[in-house]
Design a protein around this ligand. Structure first.
Ligand code: FES
Ligand code: FES
Length: 208
């Protein structure tokens, strides 16, 4: 997980060097909970992820999912189908859900990427989340716990990311709107009813 402050991690997984900084000339830090990539004169890919500016040695066509998991150690997004069909790899790009398995890292540009690890900070702000206070959970995460949604858990990253996308655009969705929004995310454990309940609960909390 990407921490705060200036950090350099070398030789992670794919044998690349990763620079992570809290800001500076190589890219601004967005609001809490997002990471951003942009061009780098040395040929490295730069992006902003969960509020951190990051430089990664990766080929431009490397899937964003691989960069997040292998280079940055963000294990929230999962590899499922690799074909934009299941939703397990979902992340937010400027607040909207994308499938990171089919997104070349070079296409992210200056957009803010938020993974499940940064979801709470994107809502509450990083300082509160880093206290470890359960109140620092995103309302969706708390609702997921309260409704005991996950079974094996593999799909849940994508479900939470899609739900965050939905509530940002439609704060008080109907059940029909919830089902329509979540339709592109697959759960082999059949947690769909719990997901609808949890989204309803989070929507209510976020509106109060
Ligand atoms: S792994 Fe990306 S949609 Fe299935
Ligand atoms: S909780 Fe197992 S795949 Fe959804």
């Amino acid at each position: 997980m990407i921490g705060g402050g200036a950090v350099v991690v070398a030789g992670v997984a794919a044998g690349v060097a990763i620079g992570v900084s809290g800001g500076g000339d190589d890219g601004g830090v967005s609001e809490a909970g997002a990471v951003v990539l942009r061009d780098d004169p040395n040929g490295r890919v730069s992006l902003t992820v969960n509020g951190q500016s990051v430089r990664v040695d990766a080929a431009p066509d490397t899937p964003l999912l691989y960069v997040l998991r292998d280079n940055l150690g963000l294990k929230g997004p999962k590899f499922g189908c690799g074909l934009a069909q299941c939703g397990a790899c979902a992340v937010l790009q400027d607040g909207r859900q994308i499938r990171s398995c089919v997104t070349p890292v070079s296409s992210v540009g200056s957009r803010r990427i938020t993974t499940l690890e940064g979801l709470a900070a994107s809502y509450h702000g990083r300082a509160q989340v880093e206290t470890g206070d359960p109140a620092g959970l995103h309302p969706l995460q708390q609702a997921w716990i309260d409704e005991q949604v996950p079974q094996c858990g593999y799909c849940q990253n994508g479900m939470l990311i899609q739900a965050a996308d939905l509530l940002a655009a439609t704060p008080s969705p109907t059940d029909e709107q919830i089902v329509e929004s979540m339709n592109g995310h697959l759960c082999r454990c059949g947690t769909y009813n719990g997901i609808v309940r949890a989204i309803r609960r989070a929507s209510s909390v976020m509106a109060s």
